[in-house]
Design a protein around this ligand. Structure first.
Ligand code: AMP
Ligand code: ZN
Length: 116
């Protein structure tokens, strides 16, 4: 838990979110500014600042997180048509919230992967 972290505050319930899925390790909720008809964020409950914080000892947790992304996408009804998953890391990656999160973008065909 990082006191100043927005997503840790969502995990603790201090800030409300449109929760989609939750277990002891993972939370999924709707992005507050959806870029596609379906736009969810899946996060580890444990504070990790970015993908770059992941260690070899976190492999089990990371595997669970990724499997739950697929589960949430299916629950949201976008799995068959397909969806984009995105992880932004630090400044050049466009990361705005410094708590590891995986975007699920679906509900329409998503455009080119990298905007110029
Ligand atoms: P990123 O640029 O990868 O760090 O993405 C951060 C995402 O968090 C953006 O898509 C924001 O719209 C989303 N976001 C910011 N604040 C909230 C919030 N309170 N609840 C849900 N999503 C949020
Ligand atoms: Zn956090």
């Amino acid at each position: 838990m990082s006191e100043s972290c927005l997503f840790c505050k969502i995990v603790s319930g201090a800030i409300p979110a449109g929760k989609i899925y939750e277990d002891d390790q993972v939370l999924a909720f709707h992005d507050i500014h959806p870029q596609t008809p379906v736009h969810a964020l899946v996060i580890p409950k444990r504070h990790l600042s970015s993908l770059d914080d992941l260690q070899a000892t976190d492999r089990g947790e990371a595997g669970h997180l990724l499997e739950r992304v697929a589960h949430v996408a299916r629950e949201l009804g976008v799995a068959d048509a397909g969806y984009r998953t995105v992880i932004n890391t630090r400044e050049h990656g466009g990361q705005e919230v410094d708590h590891l999160h995986i975007h699920i973008l679906g509900g329409r065909r998503v455009g080119p992967m990298v905007s110029r």
